[in-house]
Ligand binder design. Structure first.
Ligand SMILES: [Zn+2]
Length: 254
């Protein structure tokens, strides 16, 4: 039977439009609306919650599926990433996480601080918090560059595919960061706080390692070593760029 697609007006045969892919549609019914709502939470594939679970368990497999064309089964990775980075940025801002980290670190080193330096540190922390989402997203192509350089080139994976891999890895660490930042809110002592800061670092190292292991089918040892190498190289560039952008920001906002 011939149909006309209600989404794009193409004439087609069968149950799906062969131009835009929309399924044949009928008017909404209460049962349909209810089904769609339940679907968001429960459906085994394509739902955001099952995607979150997949990205926690196997970011490298998700990235591999996406690069090899198995895409329809998943919620959109980049859409998920924007949502999750938005949530963590909200948490980081609301809990003054970076400011608190700085204060705790200063106490730990016992360095005598002039009030000027403390003030500068606080405004830098506020700056980093405010633009946390942008920093999180800028880091992805940077990490991807080094993973392409160190592993991807030899394995015939291009730069864009490494961006997808690190988008999945970043989606994983940001999902896990929701848990750690909630723990940081309830942590009352500095010791808890320092422990959690270390945990956060290990979470990132872990997400890189598991991503490389799953995506490139490497041994644990190789995955960890590449993870450390990529993080170290990116950290050097990141520190330099952050310093420069902080200076520019304050020169512009004087
Ligand atoms: Zn259509």
């Amino acid at each position: 039977m011939h149909q006309t697609c209600l989404n794009c007006s193409t004439h087609y045969k069968g149950h799906f439009c062969n131009n835009c892919g929309q399924k044949e549609t009928h008017r909404y019914t209460v049962a349909h609306v209810f089904h769609e709502l339940v679907h968001v939470f429960t459906h085994a594939d394509k739902g955001i919650f099952s995607f979150a679970w997949n990205i926690i368990k196997k970011p490298g497999i998700v990235a591999l599926d996406l690069t090899e064309g198995r895409r329809k089964r998943y919620f959109n990775l980049f859409q998920y990433l924007l949502i999750i980075v938005g949530i963590t940025t909200f948490l980081v801002t609301q809990t003054h996480l970076i400011e608190r980290t700085l204060v705790t670190m200063n106490k730990g080193t016992g360095a005598a601080q002039s009030s000027e330096l403390v003030k500068l540190q606080q405004s830098v922390a506020a700056f980093l918090q405010k633009y946390n989402n942008i920093f999180q997203l800028i880091l992805i192509p940077l990490f991807a560059f080094f993973s392409w350089l160190f592993i991807g080139r030899g394995k015939k994976r291009n730069y864009a595919e490494n961006i997808v891999l690190h988008a999945a890895s970043s989606a994983q660490s940001n999902t896990l960061a929701i848990v750690t930042s909630l723990l940081m809110i309830v942590s009352t002592t500095d010791t808890h706080f320092v422990i959690l800061s270390f945990v956060s670092l290990f979470v990132i190292l872990y997400t890189f390692t598991i991503s490389y292991r799953q995506f490139y089918q490497l041994s644990w040892i190789k995955s960890i070593l590449f993870a450390i190498a990529v993080l170290a190289c990116s950290y050097i560039i990141q520190t330099f760029t952050t310093a420069v952008s902080v200076v520019i920001y304050f020169l512009l906002n004087r």
